[in-house]
Design a binder for this molecule. Structure first.
Ligand SMILES: Cc1cc2nc3c(=O)[nH]c(=O)nc-3n(C[C@H](O)[C@H](O)[C@H](O)COP(=O)(O)OP(=O)(O)OC[C@H]3O[C@@H](n4cnc5c(N)ncnc54)[C@H](O)[C@@H]3O)c2cc1C
Length: 429
């Protein structure tokens, strides 16, 4: 019997297992994970720390998912090597399991910053549920906390800290918050609106952790300024877990190199999710997206190719991963924000719309009558359709004159896609 092995029981791995089962109901599917228990959403970890959801509510599949889909979950054990010659993976208890096709969906780990003076119990990162439990425990003992890094995860952590009633410092080395997600103008606008909730220090970093009676008392910044806080959480990006692939001699750059079918340099091994380098739809460059939705989509594509491409009649019928546009969505201190595409460089026109006195901003970046990027803050109603116009590279020349006004409507956006007629008749019903 054929056996598919998936290393990693999260967004990419679970999506892949489910997809393989849809196509192939007889082969064996084994998921190996070094984390114990069922898969859960990392995106919701800050809400778990806030106490808004329980451990079981973090799980994104129904109880019985593995049994129902006849997927064997080998959890709480690490895969330590891949023997490509014999097509086997080796687990840390020295057991080996042979595969017909293998998917590496090992994700990424939080980057750790070693701060001068760091002692046990002062500095934290948030990637897995154990980290969340440790942070929740520590929060019982402190009144204020600092977050290093102001990306999507850093801002979610800062929001969580505020919700837990702590005094919050956000320290970013870059000159703006959310530098991967927002242009400088939008970031400045958002910072202005969250300024009451947290102290945002941009263009800064930490030089030392300070203690008083062996208890963390604060941080010294690069400019020598001191801030008082009882703990620090680092959120300065992630490192893809490529060790297994590298040791097995697969081609690895920043992440595992894959072709558009998500296949690695070995015909029987695929990779998907945070560990894989994918193509940016706009720039065509290889990069790691490190987003949940990208991991799910890549896992599904890898799965379809792994499960379907065995027979001669299906040769050449690969499912292609066209690449992704960087689309980010988050609630930044309760202000919804969605951005996508490019906000730097390629654009020649920027259309800016703000609602006076409100935390509402829309910026649309246009070149050659095509949307290259957009930011919506506070009012995110049009984000879905703007993203579609961007991905489908539609000509928006007929409506761009209303991009910077309140006159922009869903109907005139749909006009550019050619669906206005359909929507109008649906609305009449
Ligand atoms: C706090 C937080 C908030 C986030 N918020 C968002 C958000 O709002 N939106 C968004 O799009 N993304 C968000 N993300 C990112 C998102 O969670 C990741 O992009 C996604 O989890 C990637 O999925 P993955 O399957 O590739 O890998 P991962 O989720 O990293 O899972 C990989 C799994 O493989 C296991 N593993 C690794 N090596 C081995 C091995 N050798 N043997 C066995 N098992 C192994 C790991 O332990 C892990 O369980 C957030 C992440 C965090 C931490």
């Amino acid at each position: 019997m054929k056996r598919f092995i998936i290393i990693g029981n999260s967004a990419a791995g679970v999506a892949a297992a489910e997809e393989i089962r849809k196509i192939d109901n007889s082969s064996e599917i084994v998921i190996v994970s070094d984390e114990k228990g069922n898969a859960y959403s990392k995106c919701l970890l800050t809400y778990y720390i806030m106490g808004k959801i329980s451990r079981s509510q973090l799980e994104f599949k129904d109880t019985g998912f593995y049994e129902k889909n006849n997927i064997k979950l080998v959890s709480g054990i690490k895969a330590v090597s891949i023997n490509r010659k014999d097509k086997k993976i080796v687990l840390e208890n020295k057991e080996d399991i042979s595969y017909h096709k293998l998917l590496i969906a090992t994700g990424s780990s939080a980057k750790v910053q070693n701060i001068s003076g760091q002692k046990e119990g002062a500095a934290y990162t948030l990637r897995v549920i154990e980290d969340a439990d440790k942070i929740a425990e520590k929060l019982k003992t402190v009144d204020s906390a600092a977050v290093l890094g102001a990306g999507l995860i850093g801002m979610k952590i800062a929001h969580m800290l505020k919700e837990k009633g702590k005094k919050v410092f956000i320290i970013a080395r870059s000159n703006q918050i959310l530098s991967q997600m927002l242009d400088a103008e939008s970031a400045g606008f958002l910072t202005g609106h969250i300024g009451k909730e947290a102290t945002v220090l941009t263009g800064q970093d930490v030089s030392e952790i300070l203690y008083s009676n062996s208890k963390m008392a604060g941080l010294r910044l690069l400019n020598n300024e001191k801030i008082d806080c009882g703990m620090v959480i680092t959120a300065k990006g992630v490192t893809p877990n490529t060790e297994l692939a590298r040791a097995a001699g697969l081609v690895v750059d920043k992440g595992i190199s894959v072709d558009e079918t998500m296949k690695t340099s070995d015909n029987d091994i695929y990779a998907a999710g945070d560990v894989a380098e994918s193509t940016d739809l706009l720039s065509g460059k290889k990069e790691i997206k490190a987003l949940w939705t990208t991991a799910v989509e890549q896992g599904k594509i890898a799965a379809r190719n792994m499960a379907r491409l065995d027979s001669a009649e299906q040769a050449g019928q690969e499912i292609i991963y066209a690449g992704a546009v960087s689309m980010n969505s988050m609630e930044c201190f309760s202000i919804p924000c969605i951005s996508a595409g490019s906000m730097h460089g390629e654009t020649t026109e920027v259309f800016d719309y703000r609602k006076p006195g409100q935390a509402v901003l829309r910026r649309i970046f246009v070149k050659d009558n095509r949307i290259f990027g957009f930011v919506t803050i506070g009012d995110i109603r049009f984000a879905g359709i703007l993203n579609r116009l961007l991905c489908e590279k539609k000509d928006i020349s007929s409506i761009k004159n209303v991009f910077n006004s309140a006159k922009l409507t869903r109907a005139n956006l749909l006009e550019c896609i050619g669906e206005q007629g359909i929507i109008s008749s649906m609305e009449k019903q």
